[in-house]
Design a protein around this ligand. Structure first.
Ligand SMILES: Nc1ccccc1C(=O)C[C@H](N)C(=O)O
Length: 416
């Protein structure tokens, strides 16, 4: 099972490379074979035999692997003239190697500002990736990876103003990650009423395990080295959880079935950008800020759905309420001297009716307290807080995409 899946993904990816690159193409296939043999050899027999109860037999995503059919790269056109190609997009790519069937939500969307073939090599040249984790309170089936479409278009269109050589250095590729969701039995149009559907019955740490697996996939198949990790709402929580040690979640490469990304030692992000993020859920539920009291029960409901009944567990999961301080786990040693400085950009819409600005202020305060404990300047996390006056309500920032994209371009350009 492992072998067929490991060979399947790269082969199909590389068949989308243009015919003029046949030699490199062949080289990569050879390398891939080696990788396959090596990774197969590295997996203990017991792990190979272990059945993972994660697939849906009626869900078949295999066609998405074949660029000549419905999946594969599609050009993205400049929305202002509908004719200039500003990038390429691959919708819904499987990121779990080793499964015969793919879960609908263990997929990601990819974009590249250059040609797809350059993306394969661009990542290896060290240009950063931009990764987005959507929100939706760990449970909303209506919010998925496609919620980054508007922002990705904005980013590609903004980069298309620059010469290709420069573009290539600024950004290797963009990915927007799906992850399994927690139950949402009372969703008005799409309730999670099938208790056997693994896409809709996830519990912490499944969400963060999926995010890390997706990052592992990008490192392995696209050579991703450094990246900016952005998230909206609970996606911002996940982005900061990705900076911590996976052992916190019991995700140990040797022990956990979930820990498939551990094969590849994913580096931590250099910069995290949180939009309207949830950072201290126990704090909100205990004492919601003025004007937000009416959401207390809804918060409790989705927090229990994602993390269980115990308040103590909510506190251990949230980056703004972890008691002992976790920032030391956000370690950049794999990224060399230049990439040593960690940075967090916390963006909050002041018109957000669901998430109060206190979440962002609290998170910024947490980082500042942690910074005070470190003597050396290079050991501190740079904190930028953007309080947005005109970003609209909670979801408007990604629905519009304009400002979200602009902020992320600013981060990539080193202006924010
Ligand atoms: N009530 C919230 C409070 C904070 C953050 C998100 C929500 C959500 O409701 C998200 C999503 N639209 C949901 O239906 O679960």
């Amino acid at each position: 099972m492992e072998v067929s899946a490991v060979t399947k993904t790269p082969l199909d990816l590389f068949t989308s490379v243009s015919h003029r690159e046949v030699n490199i193409h062949e080289m990569i296939i050879t390398n891939t074979l080696w990788l396959t043999i090596l990774s197969f050899a590295a997996i203990p027999i017991t792990a190979q035999n272990k059945q993972k109860p994660l697939f849906t037999s009626n869900h078949n995503k295999m066609e998405d692997f074949n660029p000549s059919t419905s999946g594969g790269w599609k050009p993205v056109l400049d929305p202002t003239n509908n004719s200039t190609i500003i990038g390429h997009h691959w919708r819904s790519h499987d990121y779990v190697a080793g499964e015969e069937y793919t879960l609908a939500l263990q997929t990601l969307d990819l974009w590249t500002p250059v040609s797809p073939s350059s993306l394969l090599f661009g990542g290896r040249a060290g240009a950063p990736w931009l990764i987005y984790i959507h929100g939706g309170a760990w449970r909303d089936p209506a919010i998925d990876s496609s919620s980054f479409n508007a922002s990705a278009t904005k980013i590609l269109s903004s980069l298309s103003q620059q010469p290709p050589e420069q573009r290539k250095k600024k950004l290797a590729g963009i990915a927007s990650i799906n992850y399994r969701l927690s139950p949402y039995p009372n969703h008005p149009t799409n309730p999670s009423d099938d208790p056997t559907d693994p896409n809709r019955n996830a519990k912490h740490p499944a969400h963060i395990a999926d995010v890390l697996t997706a990052l592992g996939f990008l490192k392995r198949y696209f050579g991703m080295e450094s990246y900016v990790l952005a998230g909206h709402s609970c996606g911002a929580t996940l982005a900061l959880q990705a900076c911590m040690s996976p052992k916190r979640w019991g995700l140990d490469r040797d022990r956990s079935v979930e820990w498939r990304a551990g094969w590849y030692d994913v580096a931590k992000p250099k910069t995290v950008v949180g939009f309207n993020g949830l950072y201290d859920l126990a704090g909100f539920i205990e004492s919601p800020p003025k004007g937000y009291e009416r959401w207390r029960e809804a918060y409790r409901e989705f927090v229990v759905g994602a993390f269980g009944e115990k308040e103590e567990d909510w506190k251990k999961a949230c980056p703004g309420s972890i008691a002992e301080g976790w920032v030391g786990e956000w370690n950049l040693t794999q990224q060399g001297e230049e990439g040593k400085k960690r940075k967090v950009v916390l963006v909050q819409s002041l018109e957000d009716s669901l998430v109060p600005v206190e979440q962002t202020e609290g998170m910024a305060g947490y980082f500042e307290r942690e910074n005070e404990k470190v003597g050396e300047e290079s050991g501190k996390v740079e904190v930028v807080v953007l309080r947005e006056e005109k970003a609209g309500d909670h979801d408007e920032v990604w629905q519009r995409g304009e400002r979200l994209g602009e902020i992320l371009v600013g981060v990539l350009e080193g202006e924010i």
